[in-house]
Design a protein around this ligand. Sequence first.
Ligand SMILES: N[C@@H](CCC(=O)N[C@@H](CS)C(=O)NCC(=O)O)C(=O)O
Length: 315
Amino acid sequence: MTDIILHHYLLSPFAEKIRTILGFKQLRWNSVIIPLIMPKPDLTALTGGYRRTPVLQIGADIYCDTALIADVLERIAPAPSLYPAPVAGMARILAQWADSTLFWTAITYAFQPAGRASLLGGMSPEEMKAFGADRAAMRGAMPRMAAAEATASLADYIWRLDNMLADGSPYLLGTQPTIADFSVYHPLWFVRKATALAGILDAAPKLSAWLDRMKAIGHHRFDSMDAGQALQAARFGAPSDCKDLPFSDTHGIALGERVIITPTDYALDPVEGELVAATANEFALRRSDERAGSVHVHFPRVGFQLKRPGIEERR
Ligand SMILES: N[C@@H](CCC(=O)N[C@@H](CS)C(=O)NCC(=O)O)C(=O)O
């Protein structure tokens, strides 16, 4: 049986997406709780610098970004599928909208002062300050939305999503949940957690019932694991063999070359290593770490940039 390790923290919406997919697929998993803010030395020993939440680990294979993590869980447990034909393409496109536009709209809405108090109420003023500074640095020059725009846009998105359920379908694209349901779920789960502001969902009774349905999927069964055990699992595991994966060259970079992979939107921390796979939708690089040993770090192609080290972007 594949040992699935999820590096995450409870308040993370993207982690809730993956926890709920693990519930949907009834996969047993191990839970490693990571810090909410940098530094995250045990996580970055595995990833080589990538700091976002969550990260999936299977032995010495480290998977970054929930779009790829969902694909990996689908490979491990193909049924029930996240991508049922004939809505698979539509489901992925709707998921990408939810993971970007809906997510940032919901976050901006939920982090207004009344929501922040429900979400971060357990933090001391110093911790809140450190959290704010960490996220400001992580977002860098990413454009910011004002609370008024976030409120209006979120209300409109909620109305549109409620309309998708108007024909009585239990899920957004029909009778079965798809990846789109899990991606739309996590930002709205976060809005519900911002209890003082959760009333915005009251205008959408069908969507609220759908949220209850998604919540009922649960997280299946998991065991707590500490970061040291996860590092050991990497050290004593052998990374997956990438030799036979189809090579798709879009950059003029050969397998075996040193490369840097970086997200294209925010948290632009580079990960450096030797390119071991470049398929139509996934990159993997090999890197060595004192504590984690030799690992393969995997990224989706969408949302990530591949380049040779030392080559500056022209602005
Ligand atoms: N596209 C990424 C986004 C992940 C993301 O932004 N996660 C948030 C938490 S929900 C994050 O990393 N926040 C900063 C942190 O946890 O350090 C994915 O799908 O995994």
